[in-house]
Write a protein that binds this ligand. Sequence first.
Ligand SMILES: Cc1cc2nc3c(=O)[nH]c(=O)nc-3n(C[C@H](O)[C@H](O)[C@H](O)COP(=O)(O)O)c2cc1C
Length: 176
Amino acid sequence: MKVLAFAASNSRKSINKDLIRYASTLLPDSDVEIIDINDYEMPLYSSDLEEAHGIPEAASRFLDKIAAADALVISYAEHNGNYTVAYKNLFDWASRKNQEVYQSKPIIMLSTSPGAGGAQSVLSLAVESAHFFAGKVMASLSIPEFYKNFDRDEGVLTNPELVAKLEETLSPLLQA
Ligand SMILES: Cc1cc2nc3c(=O)[nH]c(=O)nc-3n(C[C@H](O)[C@H](O)[C@H](O)COP(=O)(O)O)c2cc1C
């Protein structure tokens, strides 16, 4: 199974990217490609820009990556209860090309943050709105208190209960 995985963050030190990397190690039988949304940077969406210049090619490249995958694993960073501007911008441009951004792919949705909330707000937003964009959410999990529960040097989740929950969350991809 070909899995496309990414953090919905443009931080070079993204904790969600750490989580994505760790999650990919729990899918040993899958061909997991981790992409960086910085490679799909576009100007801030504006209808004026779209009318003048069309949709940047990066939107099509992103949609093509999704099209080529059998499933997606996405970890959402939370900024003020919402998507990061970087991901929202990528998503908005992509949706102008194809509103079915997630293209009927099964998706595992994750999130993490340093706080006790674990970016649950943005995760709920992503889960609840996915069907508008042809996303089939199989399971979701937020990891709270990232720095308490994750060893960044080793790149591993250290809390055994959370490891078990993450394995359970990813299990639809193991069975597929
Ligand atoms: C502008 C801004 C707003 C933030 N808002 C939230 C928030 O609403 N909830 C939360 O849990 N963390 C919030 N944070 C902290 C982020 O969770 C933290 O920076 C985290 O590292 C972001 O994920 P990333 O490292 O994958 O980019 C915020 C950070 C910034 C810079």
